[in-house]
Design a protein around this ligand. Sequence first.
Ligand code: AMP
Ligand code: ZN
Length: 116
Amino acid sequence: MGKDECIFCKIINKQIPSDIVYEDDKVIGFKDISPEAPVHIVIIPKQHISDLNCLREDESEIIGHIFIVAKKITRSLGIAENGYRIVNNCGEQGGQTVDHLHFHLLGGRMLKWPPG
Ligand code: AMP
Ligand code: ZN
C-alpha cells in the first residue's frame, strides 16, 4: 500500500477525523478507534515509514522522540504513576494491520503478560 492510501497518513493530513491528544512537527498521537484499555493511544511519525523493518539507521532519532512523546502523554492522561505499556506490532505474525509505523500506548487498567 502506498502512502497515498495510508489511513494514518490521512489522519496526519486531517483528511479523516481522529481524536488527537498530542501533535508536533514530527509526531502525532491519537486515540485508538478500537481501544483495548481505558487509555489506548496510537503514536506515529508524520513521515510515512511502513514498519520497523523499513526504518533506516539515519531515521532512528524519531524513535527516541516517540518515546519522549509517549512519556509526556502518560503524564497528561494521568497514567504515568500507575504504569503503562508501549507496543509495536510488526508484520503479519506481529499483528500489524496498518502499514505505517506506530506504537500503541496502553494503560488505565492492569495489563496481562504475555500478550496473546
Ligand atoms: P496494529 O494492529 O498494530 O497495526 O494497530 C493498528 C491500530 O490502529 C488498531 O489498534 C486500530 O484499532 C487502530 N486504527 C485503525 N484505524 C484507525 C482510525 N481511523 N483511527 C484511530 N485508530 C485506528
Ligand atoms: Zn502512512
